[in-house]
Write a protein that binds this ligand. Structure first.
Ligand code: BGC
Length: 531
């Protein structure tokens, strides 16, 4: 049976692009047949770039597949000092360094969801989602970060949300930490300080205890890679540090340790009574080899190892990826360091961290090409994460994109799903916890977002049905236009528009909201699907 619906256009470079990669559209007999058929009719078809592919998988989403939408506390809540909330890293960063944020924006009010959460849940209900991914503000619950001072009003805020979600039959996917670190921990060194792992485990224990009755799916940490590379390496996010040579690795070390400790708290103290599951959200762009040359294939592997692998490898396979150990070790010695800049796990820590995930949570937005760049013996004397990696990454300028970190490359998404499935031990289920399209105008007629999400969902179905990847959920980022970190309110990813000039922060569903609602109701990307 043909599971692809090709309409007027056909992407001639889909096959070529993947010639060296892990997944080619013609990789199945079914598609090979389809392609030979198309060869006959190609002259009648408008040949176009991959961006304009309008072929969508016409299989139904599996019956257990879950659709959702996501947000994060600092990006939507506002109420930055309401009802006893403590100050966090992003409150401090935006207030202290306003010029580091586009338009000097901050999250003081954001979408005002601290007061408008009922309206948000109504939007979710009308959308028909199975789950809602939200995050808890650590300093709203523990104003000083530590469990000796609990803010009951903060706890009540989340209990109200969780109870209302339950009443509306929406499953919460709760992230404990989405970058809004209580300020006191930043003052103690933030993610450079391995002791933060213990504080995080204490906070996690409290959350499991007070919210566990409502929550079956816990996510410890959101995208440690973004925190470590941008927050501690190249300075693009709070705290804005430029310690690319050591900071990224030390931050990664503390993050995976913190995750593992929280996982074990749940495993030992709560799993039996609450019967939930725990994971960590890891993000990556897909790194496609720029050519078939062995050095470019190795460059792509290296890029994946330094991005997702730094976090996924310790958690799923045990220890850092060997490529990272070797490359950072060699460069560190050549630079005159007495030991590698990559912190070493003890054998006990390797065991503690390995296997601490019940399913894989994946965030992704983009793809890039990877080309070999010889830096191992070059630029010695400049400790730097990107030089350690030694890969030149670039985008195909023809890929459709409005901002520089999102591009419409659905085949890259499919490759990434396959990579995660095959690369990491014990992964028996993947949930896409973030994916979406950014524009700058927040247009209500957001057809580019519909194109992006439909192409990505189609690639997801390809991965599921044709490649056998057990991907069981998709979560669009984001339910609402929101505070996009250092981009302030200049980049919009919501399927619901928020008027940030209106004190009431009026919400208006975009066309993508109605489109997504239809997909969820039909469980099909097209008007009708085959099973
Ligand atoms: C983060 C979100 C962010 C989104 C778009 C993800 O990396 O988890 O907080 O808004 O990307 O930038």
């Amino acid at each position: 049976m043909n599971h692809k619906m090709f309409s007027q256009v056909f992407c001639t470079d889909n096959v070529n692009k993947n010639a060296s990669g892990t997944v080619a559209l013609a990789s199945t007999l079914e598609n090979a047949k389809m392609l030979s058929l198309l060869a006959l009719i190609v002259p009648l078809i408008v040949s176009t770039s991959c961006d304009e592919v309008s072929s969508l998988n016409n299989r139904s989403f599996p019956t257990n597949f879950k659709f959702g939408a996501a947000t994060a506390s600092y990006q939507i809540e506002g109420g930055w000092n309401a009802d006893g909330k403590g100050e966090n890293l992003w409150d401090w960063y935006t207030h202290t360094f306003p010029d580091k944020i586009q338009n000097r924006d901050n999250g003081d009010v954001a979408c005002n969801s601290y007061y408008k959460w009922k309206e948000d849940i109504q939007l979710l209900k009308d959308l028909g989602v199975n789950h809602y991914r939200l995050s808890l503000s650590w300093s709203r619950i523990l104003p000083n970060g530590t469990v000796n001072n609990v803010n009951q009003k903060g706890i009540n805020y989340y209990i109200n949300i969780l109870e209302t979600l339950r009443a509306n039959n929406i499953e919460p996917l709760v992230t404990l930490y989405h970058w809004d670190l209580p300020l006191v921990f930043h003052e103690l060194g933030g993610w450079y300080n391995p002791l933060l792992a213990d504080y995080f485990a204490e906070y996690a224990r409290l959350c499991f205890k007070v919210f566990g009755k409502y929550v079956k799916t816990w996510i410890t940490i959101n995208e440690p890679q973004t925190t470590c590379v941008q927050g501690y390496g190249i300075g693009g996010k709070a705290p804005g540090y430029l310690h690319s040579g050591e900071g990224v690795y030390q931050c990664a070390f503390t993050n995976v340790l913190a995750h593992a400790k929280a996982y074990h708290v749940y495993d030992k103290e709560f799993r039996a009574s609450q019967n939930g599951r725990v994971s960590i959200v890891l993000d990556s762009a897909w790194a496609e080899a720029a050519s078939d040359k062995p050095e470019d294939v190795l460059a792509a592997e290296t890029a994946m190892a330094f991005s997702m692998g730094l976090y996924a490898n310790p958690i799923y396979n045990g220890n850092w990826p060997q490529i990272v150990i070797d490359r950072v070790g060699n460069r560190s010695l050549n630079e005159g360091f007495p030991a590698s800049r990559l912190p070493q796990f003890t054998p006990e820590q390797i065991q503690l961290i390995k296997g601490t995930s019940d399913f894989f949570c994946l965030n992704t937005y983009a793809t890039s090409y990877s080309q070999y760049q010889n830096t191992v013996n070059e630029s010695i004397g400049t400790p730097d994460y990107h030089l350690d990696m030694g890969v030149r990454s670039y985008r195909d300028p023809s890929w459709s994109a409005v901002v520089d970190w999102v591009a419409l490359v659905p085949w890259g998404f499919r490759s990434l799903l396959n990579y995660v499935w095959n690369q990491y031990d014990g992964v028996n289920e993947i949930v896409v916890t973030e994916n979406g399209w950014a524009d700058v105008e927040s247009t209500l007629n957001d057809t580019a977002r519909i194109t992006y999400v439909s192409e990505y969902l189609s690639a997801l179905l390809d991965a599921y049905y044709e490649d056998g990847v057990n991907v069981t959920g998709y979560t669009v980022w984001s339910l609402l236009d929101n505070f996009e970190w250092t981009n302030g309110y200049t980049q919009k990813l919501g399927i619901v528009q928020v008027d940030f000039n209106d004190p009431d922060r009026t919400r208006t569903p975009k066309e993508s909201y109605g489109w997504y609602k239809g997909v969820i109701a039909r469980r099909c990307l097209l008007e009708s699907c085959v099973n």
